[in-house]
Design a protein around this ligand. Structure first.
Ligand code: GLN
Length: 526
């Protein structure tokens, strides 16, 4: 049952093949078994069981609330959840219990979803590894998969397996791990520069960043308001479309949401790609790109071409400026956003009561990690009167150029862009932490970041396992608000590549019935 799509599970629930409580228990059991992944900061077991009970009553009466009734989901711990601690993986918000739900959370609950818990992240979503939060790093479930373990045995004998676990990518690594390890059917992430797509690629799941303005940010604790979007992590493209259909829509509490998104988000199969034009941005062929990712990328392009699609090289000439431009804009917005954490209204307050200023300073010193404080400092520098024109205003202008590059490409007839999501597969934690947070983000967001500048929809779809037995994902980028078309292309691609299911001991041990022999034994189908 856990291996099914959202629509299939929903049908099974309606037909009484499984009850919400059974589903909830199975996911809770997997959450316990995979606790070592550190995917969840808070497991809301009681809440979920209570919701399951309510859902069960509804099914018994023959009416369900909606498509997610009785289905376990998880939410990144930077979305406000009424009555459930919301920490942003920061000392600043440890113990903070919001009085309201983020709009997206409320929409999931309105459909009857079961909230399994809040997932781990980099502090305030600042990072690309899910290694920089106060609750410790998230471990990539694929580190423990049979596929990876077997390859490791072939490649080396001496290394200590347990110290060699891989990062999930980030900052929504907890959500990606939670979905990848089957502890829930779908999870919310957030995406400011790649934080949903990056961990999706590393964890072998689908990661959707919707168009900016399609999904409400109300209740998502902001990183960069002008780039943040709620992200969706699922095990297949259809599921991402189902969740997007539920979340999309105008919200009076978020003035940037558009009035009338195209609904519903059903995805009629795309059987013929011959009318499609796929753009391959030449600037994305960077020297740092691993040869394996590069080769899969060109295989994917060939796949479209062999089915009759037009595949052309395109240019996004300003893309190379996006990382430095992002740094200025991100830190500037961070400097302003983080001002709300002053120890007065909510969150941490230090013991120092010498003066108000001292209280602010010590609170923020104690509450934020080095990364957050560093960004506040940089942002305030860029916003100084003497620097504002040279940095902030200039970065805004560059942002426009980056966004226009995409507009030009789409105006020339390209339907979707096909790019890598990440430079390589997931790396071991010990490797990852050799670089600092900023250097890492600059490398890891290289293919994802410009999309946020332009507010476009993009989705990472797992394609194949590397020679090491680790997932590699590719990214599709669409025209603004053409999320549905983007997902149709992604779904076609997903069907062609048949990405294998993770073979995790925890899943196979006593949950074999859970899968009912569904696909679990499949292998890489490159
Ligand atoms: N890695 C980028 C950063 O640290 C983006 C993070 C995100 O998308 N939330 O800012």
């Amino acid at each position: 049952m856990l291996g099914r799509t959202l629509r299939e599970v929903s049908a099974a629930l309606k037909q009484g093949q499984v009850t919400p409580t059974e589903l909830c228990q199975r996911c809770l059991s997997l959450i316990r078994k995979t606790k070592f992944l550190n995917a969840y900061i808070t497991v809301s077991e009681e809440v979920a069981l209570k919701q399951a009970e309510e859902s069960e009553k509804r099914y018994k009466k023959g009416h369900s609330l909606g498509d997610l009734d009785g289905i376990p989901v998880a939410v990144k711990d930077n979305f406000s959840t009424s009555g459930i601690e919301t920490t942003c993986a920061s000392n600043m918000l440890k113990g903070y219990v919001p009085p309201y739900n983020a709009t997206v959370v409320q929409k999931l609950l309105d459909q009857g979803a079961l909230l399994m818990g809040k997932t781990n992240l980099d502090e305030f979503a600042m990072g690309s590894g899910s290694t920089d939060g106060i609750f410790g790093p998230v471990k990539n479930p694929w580190s423990y998969s049979k596929q990876y373990r077997e390859k490791r045995k072939q490649n080396s004998h001496s290394e200590n397996e347990d110290s060699n676990w891989l990062i999930t990518g980030g900052s929504s690594g907890g959500s990606a791990a939670a979905v990848s390890a089957f502890t829930c059917f779908a999870a919310l992430g957030s995406d400011t520069g790649g934080s949903t797509r990056n961990p999706a690629a590393h964890c072998g799941v689908v990661g959707l960043k919707p168009s900016y303005g399609l999904v409400s940010r109300h209740g998502l604790i902001p990183l960069v308001n002008s780039m943040d979007v709620p992200g969706i992590l699922t095990r297949c493209v259809d599921d991402a479309a189902t969740v997007l259909g539920i979340l999309a829509g105008h919200d009076p509490k978020d003035s940037t949401t558009i009035q009338d998104p195209v609904k519903p988000f059903t995805l009629p199969s795309l059987t013929d790609v011959s009318k499609l034009c796929i753009g391959i941005p030449k600037e994305y062929l960077t020297p740092e790109l691993s040869s394996e990712v590069q080769s899969l990328w060109s295989k994917a392009a060939n796949l479209f071409e062999s089915e009759g699609a037009k595949v052309i090289e395109v240019s996004l000439p300003h893309t190379s400026y996006s990382i430095v431009c992002y740094h200025v804009l991100c830190t500037s917005e961070v400097a302003s956003n983080m001002a709300r954490f002053d120890g007065l209204e909510y969150g941490h307050r230090c013991d120092n009561d010498v003066s108000t200023e001292a209280m602010y300073a010590v609170t923020r010193r104690e509450g934020f990690n080095d990364v957050v404080r560093g960004r506040i400092l940089s942002g305030n520098f860029f916003l100084l009167r003497e620097n504002y024109e040279n940095y902030f205003v200039k970065a805004q202008k560059v942002r426009r150029l980056i966004a226009n590059d995409f507009v030009n490409v789409f105006n020339s007839g390209v339907d979707v862009l096909l790019t890598p999501t990440t430079l390589s597969e997931a790396v071991p934690y010990t490797e990852f932490i050799k670089e600092d947070n900023r250097t890492r983000s600059a490398q890891d967001d290289i293919f994802t970041q410009a999309v946020n500048m332009a507010g476009l929809p993009a989705v990472s779809v797992p394609m194949a396992l590397s020679s090491q037995g680790l997932p590699i994902g590719l990214q599709f980028i669409g025209r603004a608000f053409c999320d549905q078309q983007l997902l149709r292309v992604a779904k076609w691609f997903e069907k062609q590549v048949q990405f294998p299911v993770i073979q995790l001991q925890e899943l196979m041990d006593d949950c074999s019935s859970v899968f009912e022999n569904e696909k679990l034994a499949s292998v890489s189908l490159k």
